[in-house]
Ligand binder design. Structure first.
Ligand SMILES: C[S@@+](CC[C@H](N)C(=O)[O-])C[C@H]1O[C@@H](n2cnc3c(N)ncnc32)[C@H](O)[C@@H]1O
Length: 342
C-alpha cells in the first residue's frame, strides 16, 4: 500500500516537473500558463482584471507625469508579480531604436492593451507628431488612458467613455445573451474549478516564478537623468488618439478622419492572425507610402508565419528580423522590421 502511494507521489512530482520545465522553456506552454490560467485565477481571486491590477500598481509606485517611471513600474510588476502581454523591456528597446531612427510624424499602433508601447513610442516623438493607437477592448482602452495619463501622455479616447460600455472585466459582450442565473451558475462552477486549481498551482508557482529578465536592469533608462525629464515633457506635446474598435473597421476610416497622407511608422502588435489582412488593408487604403516602416512584434512567439512569408517575399518590402525574447520570459521571440518600398 505504502509503495503504491510512494509511486503515485513520484509520478505526480515527475508530471509537475515536466510542466514546470515546459512552462519555462516552451512559448506555447508559457503563454497558456501566464496568459490563460494564471490570469483567470488572479482575476477570480482579486475580482479585478489584469490591466486594473497593473494600473493600481502604477498609481501606487510610479512618479506622476514621468513616463520612464511608469514604464519601469509596469516592467517591474510584469517581471516580478504577474506576466502581461506588453512588448516588454527587451523588445521595447528595439521599438525605441526604430522610433528614434524613423523620427515619424504619423505613427499607427495596432493593439494598445494597457498603453505600455504607446508610452514608449510617445516619449520619443517630436513635438507636433501624432500617434493613433487602435484597441478593440473597451476596458483595456479605458485603463490605457489612465496609465498614459499617469505618465503625462494625454490620450484622446474615442468614442468617449460615456458612450463606451463600463461593465466589462475582459471587454467582451456576454456570449449569446446569457441570463443572470446561467451566469451565476457559471460563476459557481468557476469558483469550484479555481479553488481546486489554486491548491494545485501553489507549489507549481513556487518553481515557475516568472524569471527576472536579465535585461530588466537596463529597462527604459533615458541616456541621462535629465534627458528622461525632457522625454517626459516631450511626450505630452505629441498628440495621442486612442480609438476603440477593431482594426478592420477603423483602418478604412483613418485617412479621412485625420486628413492623412500616410503613416511613417506602423507598430503591429494585435492578434497575430490580423497582421497580414491588416497590412494588406493599410496598403489598399493608401496609408503606406515609400519609406513607411512596419515593425511587427511576436513574429516568432506566438508567431505570424503568413505575415512573415508575405513581407519577406514581396518585392514591395525590404524586411529584417530582430531576434529577442518573449516579454518578461526566457523564451525566443523576435520583431520584424519591414520597409514599404511603394
Ligand atoms: C499584445 S497586446 C498589445 C500590447 C501593446 N502593444 C504593448 O506592447 O503594450 C494586443 C492587443 O490588441 C488588441 N487587439 C487584438 N486584435 C485587435 C484588432 N483586430 N483590433 C484592435 N485591437 C485588437 C487586444 O485587445 C490586445 O489588447
Amino acid at each position: 500500500m505504502l509503495s503504491v502511494l510512494l509511486a503515485g507521489c513520484m509520478g505526480a512530482l515527475a508530471v509537475l516537473l515536466v510542466v514546470v520545465w515546459r512552462v519555462r522553456t516552451d512559448g506555447t506552454w508559457a503563454l497558456w500558463w501566464h496568459d490563460n490560467y494564471l490570469e483567470r485565477l488572479r482575476d477570480f481571486t482579486s475580482g479585478k482584471s489584469r490591466p486594473m491590477r497593473i494600473l493600481q500598481y502604477v498609481q501606487r509606485t510610479a512618479v506622476q507625469g514621468d513616463a520612464n517611471s511608469v514604464i519601469s513600474a509596469v516592467d517591474s510588476y510584469c517581471a516580478n508579480v504577474e506576466w502581461a502581454m506588453n512588448v516588454g523591456d527587451m523588445k521595447g528597446e528595439i521599438l525605441d531604436a526604430v522610433v528614434l531612427d524613423v523620427r515619424p510624424r504619423w505613427v499607427l499602433e495596432l493593439g494598445t492593451y494597457c498603453g505600455y508601447s504607446t508610452m514608449r513610442i510617445a516619449r520619443f516623438l517630436p513635438p507636433g507628431a501624432r500617434l493613433v493607437t487602435l484597441e478593440m477592448n473597451h476596458h483595456y482602452a479605458q485603463v490605457a488612458k489612465q496609465i498614459l495619463g499617469h505618465a503625462g501622455v494625454d490620450a484622446q479616447l474615442s468614442p468617449s467613455p460615456s458612450s463606451v460600455p463600463q461593465s466589462c472585466t475582459q471587454g467582451e459582450e456576454p456570449v449569446g445573451g446569457a441570463t443572470h442565473s446561467s451566469q451565476r451558475r457559471w460563476r459557481l462552477q468557476e469558483a469550484l474549478i479555481y479553488t481546486t486549481l489554486h491548491c494545485l498551482q501553489l507549489p507549481l508557482q513556487l518553481f515557475s516564478r516568472t524569471p527576472q529578465n536579465p535585461l530588466a536592469a537596463s529597462t527604459p533608462k533615458p541616456p541621462e537623468e535629465t534627458a528622461g525629464r525632457q522625454q517626459t515633457k516631450r511626450s505630452s506635446t505629441c498628440k495621442v488618439d486612442l480609438l476603440v474598435g477593431t482594426s478592420s473597421a477603423l483602418i478604412p476610416q483613418l485617412k479621412k478622419k485625420f486628413d492623412l497622407d500616410k503613416f511613417d511608422l506602423v507598430f503591429i502588435d494585435h492578434w497575430k492572425t490580423s497582421y497580414l489582412p491588416d497590412t494588406k488593408l493599410l496598403e489598399e487604403c493608401g496609408l503606406l507610402a515609400s519609406g513607411t516602416v512596419l515593425l511587427a512584434d511576436n513574429v516568432t512567439c506566438p508567431g505570424a508565419p503568413d505575415y512573415l512569408q508575405y513581407v519577406r517575399n514581396s518585392p514591395r518590402y525590404k524586411s529584417l528580423y530582430f531576434p529577442s525574447q518573449l516579454e518578461y520570459l526566457q523564451v525566443e521571440d523576435g520583431m520584424e522590421k519591414s520597409i514599404f518600398l511603394g
